[in-house]
Design a binder for this molecule. Structure first.
Ligand code: FCB
Length: 467
C-alpha cells in the first residue's frame, strides 16, 4: 500500500533483501522451536476487493479510483482479482490441505447492496453462502470482515457523510441475519486508519482525497460505523457470536533526532484515534478542533462497544519525520540503518509485533487478540517442479511467529495468527506487482502454484509450533 513513502534505489533494495535473509536465518526463533498455547488458531487472511472479480456486483470506490490514470502502479484494477468467486473451492482445498483451519475473508458491500443502501442483491449474498459452506465443509473456521475498503460508489458522500455509518449498520444487519447461523466471528471494519490517512489525507488510495477535513470526517464516521455496525450485528446474531475490529497497529518511532513529536502525531493519527475510542477513551487531545464539528452526543458511547476480540494487522514499525505544511504534519522517514526490507521497502521488524502486543496487554486491559494480518511481499523465483521457493517469506513469518509465541508466554491473550495472504492478489495502489501470497496466481490463466511457505506454515499449524 505504499505506506513506506519515498522508494529506495533498486540496488539498496537488493542489498537489504540479502541482509534481511541472513538476519532472519540467524534469529533465535530459527534455533529454538516456540510452542503456542493449546487451541491457538492458524489461518490465512484475504479480502473481497483484492481477490473477487467484479461481475455481479455494484461499483466500489476502488473501481472508480483505479480508472484514474496513474492511480495504480501497473495500470491494473480490481475487475478480475484472483477469480476467488470461481476458484474458492481450490483455494480452500489448499488452505485445509496445508493444515490451516481458519480463513479471514471479506464480504463485498457493493455485491450485497449494489447501491450501498436499500435493495439487497440475492445472488450476491448467495455467493457468501456458498463460500462459508465450503469453508465449514473443510473444517475451516470463517472470520468475516464486513468492510475491507470497497465502499459502494453509489454512496456519493462516502465517509465524508455521517449517513454512511448508518448505511453500514443496515448492511451489517443484512449480512448478520444471513450468515450468523454459520459464521461466529465477525469484524466490522478493516483498518479504518489506513482508509482515513491514505484515502483522505494523502490521496494515495480511494477515494483519492487529501485534506484535513476529509481525513477527520473519514476517521470519525468510520469509528461511528464500527460502533453502529457492531450494535446492528449484535441485535441479529445468535448468542455466542463474536464481534471485533481489525486495526492496522504499528508502533511509531522518530526517524531522526528531533522527530519525537512527528512520531507522537503519527501514533495518535494511525493507532490511538481508533484504539482509544473503541476501548472507551476520548480521542487523542490534539485532534479536538478537527473533531468538534463532527462529534454529536452519544457518538463516543456508541463507538465504545468493547470488542469481543481485537484484530491486529501488523507489518512493521513506522519511522517518522516532521512534514510541516502537510495534512498531518508528519511523514515516513527511513528505518534505522541495517534494517532489512521487504520488496515493498517495508522494514522487517518482528520485535515491533511484540511491542504492539505488550501495549495492548498493558495499556488496554489485555483484550483477546488475533493477529489478523501479517506477511510480506518478496520477489519470488519461477516455479521449479511445481513449487516456488520463497525462503525470505518463510524467514519473515518465522521471525514474527517467534515474537507471537513470546507474547503468549508473557501473558498476552493472543488467540491466533492469520497470514496475509493465501494468494498473490490486487495490492491496492501497487496493483498486482507485490507478491504477498503463500500461493502464486498466473495473471492470465489464474492457475494457482503453491510456494514453499504454504507447506511450511501448515507444518507449524499442525504442530502448533514455530519450526
Ligand atoms: C493491509 C491491508 C490488506 C493488504 C495488506 C498488505 O494494510 O489490510 O488488504 O493490502 O495491507
Amino acid at each position: 500500500m505504499a505506506r513506506a513513502g519515498a522508494g529506495f534505489k533498486a540496488v539498496l533494495r537488493r542489498r537489504a533483501l540479502l541482509a534481511g535473509a541472513a538476519a532472519l536465518a540467524a534469529s533465535p526463533a530459527a534455533a529454538a522451536p516456540e510452542r503456542f498455547p493449546e487451541g491457538f488458531l492458524w489461518g490465512v487472511a484475504a479480502s473481497a476487493p483484492q481477490t473477487e472479480g467484479a461481475a455481479g456486483r455494484g461499483l466500489s470506490i476502488w473501481d472508480v479510483f483505479a480508472a484514474r490514470p496513474g492511480a495504480i502502479r501497473d495500470g491494473s484494477n480490481p475487475s478480475v482479482g484472483t477469480g476467488f468467486e470461481t476458484f474458492y473451492p481450490e483455494d480452500l482445498d489448499l488452505t485445509a490441505g496445508a493444515g490451516l483451519r481458519a480463513f479471514r475473508f471479506s464480504i463485498a458491500w457493493p455485491r450485497v447492496q449494489p447501491q450501498g443502501a436499500g435493495a439487497m442483491n440475492e445472488p450476491g449474498l448467495a455467493l457468501y453462502d456458498r463460500i462459508v459452506d465450503a469453508m465449514l465443509a473443510r473444517g475451516i473456521r470463517p472470520f468475516a470482515t464486513l468492510f475491507h475498503w470497497d465502499l459502494p460508489a453509489a454512496l456519493r458522500g462516502g465517509w465524508l457523510d455521517r449517513d454512511t455509518a448508518y448505511r453500514l449498520a443496515d448492511y451489517a444487519a443484512i449480512v448478520g441475519r444471513r450468515l450468523g447461523d454459520r459464521v461466529r466471528d465477525f469484524m466490522v471494519l478493516n483498518e479504518p486508519g489506513v482508509v482515513a490517512i491514505l484515502g483522505h489525507a494523502l490521496g494515495r488510495h480511494a477515494p483519492g482525497l487529501a485534506s484535513r477535513t476529509a481525513w477527520a470526517a473519514a476517521m470519525h464516521h468510520q469509528n461511528l460505523a464500527q460502533g453502529l455496525g457492531a450494535a446492528a450485528l449484535r441485535s441479529v446474531l445468535p448468542a455466542g457470536a463474536r464481534i471485533g475490529a481489525a486495526l492496522s497497529l504499528q508502533p511509531c518511532r522518530p526517524a531522526a533526532p528531533g522527530a519525537e513529536e512527528a512520531a507522537r502525531i503519527w501514533d495518535d493519527a494511525w493507532n490511538r484515534a481508533y484504539l482509544d475510542p473503541l476501548f472507551g477513551r476520548p480521542y487523542p487531545a490534539r485532534f479536538a478542533a478537527d473533531l468538534a464539528p463532527l462529534l454529536r452526543a452519544e457518538d463516543m458511547r456508541r463507538i465504545a462497544a468493547r470488542p469481543d476480540f481485537l484484530g491486529v494487522n501488523y507489518y512493521s514499525r513506522m519511522h517518522m519525520v516532521p512534514a510541516p505544511g502537510s495534512v498531518l504534519g508528519a511523514t515516513w522517514g527511513a528505518a534505522p540503518p541495517g534494517t532489512p526490507m521487504t520488496a515493498l521497502d517495508w522494514p522487517v521488524e518482528p520485535d515491533g509485533l511484540l511491542e504492539q502486543l505488550r501495549d495492548l496487554r498493558d495499556a488496554y486491559g489485555n483484550p483477546e487478540v488475533f493477529i489478523t494480518e501479517n506477511g510480506a511481499a518478496y520477489t519470488d523465483p519461477p516455479a521449479q517442479g511445481g513449487v516456488i521457493a520463497d525462503p525470505d517469506r518463510i524467514g519473515f513469518l518465522r521471525a514474527h511467529l517467534g515474537q507471537a509465541a513470546r507474547a503468549c508466554a508473557e501473558g498476552c491473550r493472543l488467540r491466533g495468527y492469520f497470514t496475509w495472504t493465501l494468494t498473490d492478489n490486487f495490492e491496492w495502489a501497487e496493483g498486482f506487482v507485490p507478491k504477498f501470497g503463500l500461493v502464486a496466481v498466473d495473471r492470465r490463466t489464474l492457475r494457482r502454484t503453491p510456494k514453499q511457505s504454504l507447506a511450511w506454515l501448515g507444518g507449524c499449524a499442525r504442530g502448533n509450533v514455530v519450526t
